[in-house]
Write a protein that binds this ligand. Structure first.
Ligand code: ADP
Ligand code: MG
Length: 626
């Protein structure tokens, strides 16, 4: 008997689970589903984003409603249009073997009469945003006076967005004897208040610590001077060639400005904020899901409900005004059990906010140093080499080989490699040659590294290594550190500054261990592959470059910057179209991305991806009055 069967799910749901490719229930599913199936009860369930809450309420609600009765029996409220569509889509998938169940989405920005018509045809389950639901109730287009179940999904976000009154009004038109299930990532006071007001003896299901962040996300901050914020962002992107991220800014203006600068500098970036038309937002989201965009620069409001798997980094370009919002931001990564990193670019005056956030998320930040130009160049170079190695050859090229060979005739393999890499690389190295070191360090950090001196060799006296294993071998920095300690038989603090990239990683040890590291690691195999370790030139600490001070490059020293391929961003002025900026350092779109994607999808054991179904969805919601 598989684990889903043990939860008490019906045959038709189990069949759907099989199609979905879910192998085991998530913790919140395991806890909530049996309780909800067993009896009629109110429930408060707290679990991080990405833990599978949709199915935790979706399976039971589908099983409990009467498919032969066409009346509306369940109402699911969700904060945004996008989530509303996602939930609807999921529920349709769950109920596909259950005859006669209709799930209808009700949200702003689309035809209200069309939605009313769909409801009239019989909708046992309505998934709605509060604003539009309230409208429909006011206009008598929907009847929820007989529902048995009301589900508040992402209750904290709904209240954050100012839906309190709508929710109260909506709930007051529902019967007293219905069951209310409240799902939330966090439990702020307003959510507790709703719970008190509208629920009787709810059973409580908690996954992980209350109000704490997901433990698949690691948190890092980089201390910089305010004027270096943008330069820091660029370097972080350059140091993570496979970055697929949401970059949060505080205002629409900053969001637009940062996105435009990134595009100008050749990155594949786009802005997402409330001043864009619906069509523009849909376009941006579609490109992001399709991975033509690597950095989505967004406001908090616009990014609510973004549910894209595989986001590698959340970047807090600026910290939010309300530190609670940090949780929502960082929850965009580390979803569905994957690892993610939440980065904060912070100035000295904001440092104390980091401690407040640490208290809220009950996790510590790691202070990191913006990589130096040299370090970035090395990372990019190795990334490029890895990419060349991984590129699948299209045999169309065979026809041109004789001609190509005659052009390249006489070059040795060595020379050829150098030249190929230089084609892409020169631009990068030229840019970073001119830049200065931009990281600022907090007092604590400075003391610590000063202890470590000598600083002259750029590495605090430690040896930095390059090793050809990385996140694609399922390592994150913690597990790689463990692996190295174990393999090398070293002590707790002997391996440090572990930095994991996709196909390779860096780490440091004290020089006394260098011989041992080279000797042992170069003779180890990992799943049949030989490990290759080399001493790295980069300093791993982002300390001052060999070139010393900035010579005017750096911030705003634009466009000498390395260019990336295709960038999209809706511009405020003009026809609202996309600006595409091709021809760059890494043609991610053609090569890297498609192979990344096939790897992650191929490797995943889940069949359908929800993203496709939403690419063409009508119009995103407005935050409030939808
Ligand atoms: P939440 O609402 O808690 O943020 P979702 O319900 O949106 O999380 O689920 C996050 C992702 O995990 C989705 O892509 C979903 O399809 C997937 N998922 C949910 N349950 C399972 C499971 N039991 N096994 C594998 N994947 C799952
Ligand atoms: Mg959810």
């Amino acid at each position: 008997m598989n684990k889903f069967e043990q939860l008490g799910l019906s045959e038709s749901l189990l069949k759907a689970v099989l199609d979905l490719g879910f192998e085991n229930p998530s913790e919140v599913q395991e806890k909530a589903i049996p309780l909800l199936l067993e009896k009629d009860t109110d429930m408060v369930a707290l679990a991080q984003t990405g833990t599978g809450k949709t199915a935790a309420f979706g399976f039971p609600v589908i099983q409990k409603i009467d498919a032969n009765n066409r009346n509306t029996q369940a109402l699911i409220l969700s904060p945004t249009r996008e989530l509303c569509l996602q939930i609807t889509n999921e529920l349709k998938n769950y109920s596909k073997y259950e005859k006669g169940i209709n799930v209808v989405a009700v949200y702003g920005g689309a035809s209200i009469t069309e939605q009313a018509r769909e409801i009239k045809r019989g909708a046992q389950i309505i998934v709605a945003t509060p604003g539009r639901m309230q409208d429909m109730i006011n206009r008598g287009l929907v009847n929820i006076t007989g529902i048995n179940y009301c589900i508040l999904d992402e209750a904290d976000e709904m209240l954050n967005m100012g839906f309190y009154e709508d929710i109260v009004n909506i709930l007051s038109t529902t019967p007293d004897d219905k069951n209310t299930w409240l799902f939330s990532a966090t439990m702020p006071a307003e959510v507790a208040r709703i719970g008190k007001q509208f629920m009787t003896d709810p059973v409580e299901v908690t996954v992980g610590a209350k109000n704490s962040g997901s433990n698949t996300v690691s948190h890092e901050f980089y201390l910089v001077n305010a004027r270096d914020r943008y330069e820091a962002l660029k370097r972080l992107a350059d140091a993570n060639p496979d970055i697929f991220s949401v970059v949060f800014c505080r205002t629409k203006r900053d969001t637009q400005a940062v996105a435009e600068k990134l595009i100008e500098d050749g990155y594949s970036a786009a802005a997402l904020h409330g001043d864009l038309s619906q069509a523009q937002r849909d376009g941006v989201m579609k490109s992001f899901r399709g991975r033509q965009i690597q950095m989505l620069v967004a406001t908090d409001v616009a990014a609510r409900g973004i549910d894209v798997d595989n986001i590698t980094h959340v970047v807090n370009y600026q910290l939010p005004d309300e530190i609670e919002t940090y949780n929502h931001r960082s929850g965009r990564t580390g979803r569905a059990g994957r690892l993610g990193t939440s980065i904060v670019i912070v100035t000295k005056s904001e440092l104390r906010k980091i401690s407040s956030i640490e208290r809220i998320i009950k996790q510590k930040f790691e202070e990191k140093v913006i990589p130096s130009g040299i370090e970035i160049c090395e990372i990019q170079l190795l990334h490029l080499a890895t990419k060349i190695k991984d590129t699948e050859v299209d045999h169309e090229i065979d026809n041109y080989l004789p001609a190509i060979n005659s052009v390249l005739e006489g070059l040795s393999k060595e020379e050829l490699i150098k030249k190929m890499v230089s084609v892409e690389f020169n631009r990068f190295i030229n840019y970073y040659k001119k830049t200065r070191d931009i990281s600022s360090q907090s007092g604590e950090r400075r003391e610590r590294s000063d202890d470590r001196e000598p600083r002259e060799n750029n590495n605090g006296g430690a040896t930095r290594y390059f090793v050809n294993i990385g996140s694609r071998d399922n390592f994150d920095w913690m597990s790689l550190k463990d692996y190295l300690k174990e393999t090398l038989d070293l002590g707790r603090d002997d391996v440090f500054k572990v930095d994991v990239k996709e196909g390779f990683s860096f780490f440091n040890t004290d020089p006394e261990h260098t011989d041992k590291v080279m000797e042992i690691l170069n003779n180890v195999q990992l799943e049949g592959r030989r490990i290759n370790v080399e001493i790295s030139k980069n300093d791993g600490g982002g300390r001052r470059d060999h070139n010393g001070r900035n010579s005017g490059g750096g911030f705003g020293g634009r466009s000498s910057a390395p260019r990336r391929e295709g960038s999209f961003a809706p511009r405020r002025e003009g026809s609202g179209g996309f600006k595409s900026d091709r021809g760059g350092f890494s043609s991610r779109r053609e090569g890297g991305f498609s192979s990344d994607r096939s790897r992650s999808e191929g490797g995943s054991d889940r069949a359908p991806r929800r993203s496709e179904s939403f690419g063409d969805a009508p119009r995103p919601r407005r935050p409030r009055r939808d």
